[in-house]
Design a protein around this ligand. Sequence first.
Ligand code: ZN
Ligand code: ZN
Ligand code: ZN
Length: 224
Amino acid sequence: MGAGGPDDEDHRWPPWLKPLLRERFFVQCKMHADSHKSECNMYCLDCMNGALCSLCLAYHKDHRAIQIRRSSYHDVIRVSEIQKVLDITGVQTYVINSARVVFLNERPQPRPGKGVTNTCEVCERSLLDSFRFCSLGCKIVGTSKNFQKRKKQQMSMASDSEDSYSSSSSHGQYMKTKNNDNKVQSFSPLYTTSNTCWSPGSKAKKGNPPPSPNGRANNRILEH
Ligand SMILES: [Zn+2]
Ligand SMILES: [Zn+2]
Ligand SMILES: [Zn+2]
């Protein structure tokens, strides 16, 4: 991953990858509905014409076809097959039926477990250390420029909102200095009264923010 033009995004992945991930497998073949061998679990990387059954595959003799397998209702591909045609670095692999596989797409999950240290950068599924993505689909999303831009924005937004929160909590302080500057001496008794009402009071135990009625009252007065 280096610097590159906007064209980079389209050429980052082989053309068949996204159609492959969108495809539904293990459905009855429409062309060969009468055959009992017609479950579609193959995909031709050269034709990209959808899921193929074993009879369909006869028309793709010299093509690069890849077999999709199932693991608890999710589509997987053997690492030995996919890594010949795709860089799967960062995607977690699983051993299922003594074969190492990767998942095509993210799998719905209740919520990330507690105490999990490493999660998929996209869907937050818990992963073994050293992996970044749970599936090929999450790798496409997670390595796209848009996603990384959005992630950066979210992070900066999070810190922004923290800033505005801390500044709003010191709002009372700000109002006081402003009042003093604005030669509104007549209001300061109001300020002091409510302030003394509040601060030695019993409510202040838990470190509540400064009384907002105070600031609001000043605001109202300043409007006139
Ligand atoms: Zn077929
Ligand atoms: Zn083909
Ligand atoms: Zn994921």
